[in-house]
Design a protein around this ligand. Structure first.
Ligand SMILES: NC(=O)c1ccc[n+]([C@@H]2O[C@H](COP(=O)([O-])OP(=O)(O)OC[C@H]3O[C@@H](n4cnc5c(N)ncnc54)[C@H](OP(=O)(O)O)[C@@H]3O)[C@@H](O)[C@H]2O)c1
Length: 273
């Protein structure tokens, strides 16, 4: 059985641990290191897994080590974990947004098999979308292990060119906020037409959920679903023509490009560490 250790017992680690246990991974094969005693006790109580205050103890003798701490914490952790990792050479999985594989190799040692992942917030409710990227030391079996761990909280796709991880960040990483912004705008538009806000919110929110479920469950292209609900000269066509006049695809492309650039800048800021 694969032994999996988590460094950092926050929101993401909790979702991954819960997801793995649901898929049948035995609690005995999972452990977590977390500095906050209260959080440690809660994780132990909820999942029945071993918890540690010391990262090195959690990382010893593990097959897979998941780094689930904030990106800014990562550089400082290398002094603590590097020797343990060089001795065991577990599969290192990082879910830290924007941290590149070459940075992980520099901090933790370049002999390690490393998978860099970019999950998103809906992973917290099991509906995540994660891009994964591996270095050349990762074996096919370790790729499966990494995919199994992230599949526990949603869908996964391998990204072969690491430079596209900034695009993953800009698409699915930041993407949930784009849909939240659209729901906000729809709500405000209905309120401006006199609708009570709570009614506008529930209608906009349920429409977002319904459209998302149709996209996933129908297996049709978004363009097909869009055409199907657009009657000639109807209300939807009037709205879509207004979107086109305002160049919606260009607005979205510019936003995604801005997020991609920012992701690369944020990763570069860790180069000084
Ligand atoms: N949440 C998301 O939707 C999401 C999406 C994509 C990627 N990510 C990435 O996932 C990672 C974790 O995010 P999160 O939302 O789970 O953050 P989080 O809830 O803040 O969890 C991080 C945990 O790490 C602990 N920690 C801090 N310093 C540590 C150290 N030196 N050793 C061991 N543990 C330490 C923190 O403890 P304290 O609270 O005591 O400091 C906290 O419990 C981040 O790198 C983030 O970029 C998150």
């Amino acid at each position: 059985m694969t032994r999996i250790a988590f460094i950092g017992g926050g929101n993401m680690a909790r979702s991954l641990i819960g997801g793995l246990i649901k898929t049948g991974v035995a609690a005995a094969n999972l452990r977590v290191a977390e500095p906050l005693a209260q959080a440690r006790e809660a994780l132990g109580r909820e999942f029945g897994i071993s918890t540690y205050a010391d990262n090195r103890q959690a990382a010893a003798d593990t097959d897979v080590l998941v780094l689930a701490v904030k990106p800014q914490v990562m550089p400082a952790m290398h002094a603590e974990l590097r020797d343990t990792l060089q001795r065991n050479r577990p599969l290192l999985i990082s879910i830290a947004a924007g941290v590149r594989i070459d940075q992980l190799e520099r901090w933790f040692g370049n002999l390690l098999p490393i998978v860099r992942c970019m999950p998103n917030t809906p992973a917290l409710i099991g509906a995540g979308a994660t891009g994964l990227c591996a270095n050349l030391r990762v074996t096919p079996q370790q790729r499966e292990q990494a995919q199994h761990i992230l599949d526990a909280v949603g869908v996964t796709r391998w990204i072969h060119d690491e430079s596209q991880m900034d695009t993953v960040t800009a698409l699915s990483g930041s993407g949930p906020a784009y849909f939240f912004a659209i729901v906000e705008a729809l709500e405000d538009a209905a309120v401006a037409q006199g609708m009570p806000r709570d009614t506008a919110r529930i209608l906009a929110t349920q429409t977002c959920l319904g459209a998302g479920r149709m996209l996933v469950e129908s297996n049709e292209a978004p363009s097909v679903l869009r055409q199907r609900v657009t009657s000639p000269n109807g209300t939807t066509q009037a709205a879509l023509e207004s979107f086109a006049a305002d160049q919606l695809p260009r607005v979205v492309a510019r936003a995604v490009a801005a997020a991609t650039r920012r992701g690369a800048e944020m990763a570069a800021s860790l180069d000084k560490d």
